[in-house]
Design a protein around this ligand. Structure first.
Ligand code: NAD
Length: 504
């Protein structure tokens, strides 16, 4: 990528409790997508940096896993307070490197905080079961132990929330956690590392290792890494799952999405249009739960397209720091090119351009990576605009005759992250929720991201591995179960040993 380099800041790793340049000599530039300018140089780890982080994590895991739940909880409560008091600072970092508007950046931090708050309840979450007197004089109980060293590899689109989907859960359950953040917007992760330290977390329990494929591959194959949490695009999620599984690790790898929203003719169409526009264009469509396909049923089609058009034209696109901005730029020039190419292909294939954001320029920010809200109607399933994850502010409209046709369309799609239905019919909603092959479903709720005490996960090509992230499944993912069968005979001679299979 080329840009005028004005970078002075160097972004370091955070290894074994200290911010460090490491010994790797490769770097990459970090950009502000609203200005198009490089703002910092990011160090990329080499093998020695990786070995240092894994060794520190191994050592830290051995002691942190033994620390009492009361002391772990005290650190989590303190961390919660520190993140809450640094929301503004974290949000500024996110907006400067990701581009999303400040209020949205604060929103993602809020959703991440929810997971920290959930993790504060870890003593209750780790309680095991006890069965008294399962046989004469014999009791059985179970409990869960940490995996040891786990790594989290995260995407650019939620540089605070996604790391906080993982780290608080991994740390609360007694693991040491190495974060490999996206190289596009890495600064917030370094601030999180400092806040963990200030909260009293021992050195090596939370570390940040910046890098690209080389670092990821090192983590996926390292014999001292026990588990991998990944969130990113589907091809990389699949690769991460296969590689790390082959190397004996527990893996959860969340992938990309193509989220459909069905609009029924009986829906409140103004409400549906408001929500569709917000879910398609919020964060420039760079959300794994963004609605990217509106499935308009029967008579709803013409009306909903008109209403969404009005809203798309009214979206205020600007630098995310501008007070009235509702949508910022996309992440890179390459992302912009991909989005523009897909829209152009849809137009050439006969789809109807309702709102065209390809040529948007924001005055004063001519070098930013802008794509305006875009609405394309009469999209067919064979078009790339339907098949590919666009990951930009583009809503495609597919018209169908019935709810059943809409459900068939969703179920034939390879992705299964989120989906929604807008309707006033309980019967339609119930049929929808019971028959779609998708992990997270919204009924008149466009972005059904579960709260922290329910777990988050898609189906099909949106998740590889069988544990969803955070919530109860997060506790389960970062721990291994043990079942103890115990007998404490009162006298030497009461053992009752038998050569038969025990029966009572
Ligand atoms: P990405 O897959 O390009 O990158 C994700 C992470 O993988 C980054 O840390 C990156 O450094 C690393 N990586 C990239 N290429 C790699 C390679 N060849 N080998 C090993 N590691 C590699 O994803 P992104 O562009 O940062 O994020 C956007 C994607 O993430 C979208 O597809 C979006 O749907 C998805 N996403 C999914 C969820 C979910 O919960 N399912 C949440 C957020 C984002």
């Amino acid at each position: 990528m080329t840009a005028t380099t004005t970078e002075t800041t160097v972004i370091n790793h955070f290894i074994d409790g200290v911010e460090t340049a490491g010994v790797g000599d490769r770097t990459t530039s970090v950009f502000n997508p609203a200005t198009g300018k490089a703002t910092a140089t990011l160090r990329l780890a080499n093998r020695a940096d990786l070995e240092a982080a894994v060794a520190a994590a191994r050592k830290a895991a051995d002691t942190w896993g033994e620390i009492s739940l009361a002391r772990r909880t005290a650190v989590l409560f303190k961390f919660r307070e520190l993140v809450a008091s640094h929301v503004e600072e974290l949000a500024q970092l996110v907006t400067a490197e990701h581009g999303k508007v400040l209020s949205d950046a604060k929103g993602e931090i809020g959703r991440g905080l929810e997971v920290v708050e959930y993790a504060c309840g870890i003593p209750t979450l780790l309680k095991g079961d006890y069965s008294d007197q399962v046989s004469t004089g014999i009791d059985v109980f179970n409990f869960r132990e940490p995996l040891g060293v786990v790594a989290g590899i995260t995407p650019f689109n939620f540089p605070v929330m996604v790391p906080l989907w993982m780290a608080p859960m991994a740390i609360a359950t007694g693991n040491a956690f190495i974060l490999k953040p996206s190289e596009r917007d890495p600064s917030a992760s370094l601030l999180l590392a400092k806040l963990w330290k200030e909260a009293g977390l021992p050195d090596g329990v939370f570390q940040v290792l910046h890098g690209d494929k080389e670092t990821v591959d090192g983590l996926l194959t390292h014999p001292d890494v026990d588990g991998i949490s990944f969130v990113g695009s589907t091809p990389i999620a699949q690769y991460v799952h296969e590689t790390a599984t082959r190397h004996g690790k527990r893996v959860q790898a969340l992938g990309g999405a193509k989220n459909h929203a069905i609009v029924m003719p009986d829906a409140d169409l103004d409400n549906a249009a408001d929500h569709l526009a917000a879910a398609a264009f919020g964060s420039a469509g760079e959300r794994c739960m963004a609605i990217s396909v509106a499935v308009a049923v029967g008579d709803a089609a013409d009306l909903i397209v008109k209403k969404v058009e009005e809203r798309a034209l009214a979206v205020k696109v600007n630098n995310g720091t501008a007070p009235d901005a509702e949508m910022g730029p996309v992440i890179t020039p390459a992302a912009k090119e991909r989005i523009v190419r897909i829209v152009t292909e849809a137009e050439a294939a006969g789809a109807a351009m309702v709102v065209d954001g390809r040529d948007l320029v924001v005055p004063g920010h001519e070098d930013g990576f802008w794509v305006g809200p875009t609405v394309i109607d009469h999209v067919k399933t064979e078009m790339t605009a339907y098949q590919e994850e666009i990951f930009g502010p583009v809503l495609v409209v597919v018209r169908v005759d019935t709810l059943e046709d809409g459900i068939k369309l969703i179920n034939a799609n390879p992705y299964g992250n989120g989906t929604a239905i807008f309707t006033s019919s309980g019967a339609a909603a119930r049929k929808f929720q019971r028959s779609v092959t998708v992990g997270m479903i919204g009924i008149n709720v466009p972005l059904p991201v579960p709260v922290a005490y329910h777990s988050f996960g898609g189906w099909k090509a949106s998740l590889f591995g069988d544990k969803h992230i955070y919530g109860p499944e997060g506790v389960s993912f970062y721990t291994r179960g043990k079942v103890v069968t115990s007998r404490w005979p009162e006298t030497h001679h009461a053992s009752g040993a038998s050569y038969n299979f025990p029966s009572n």
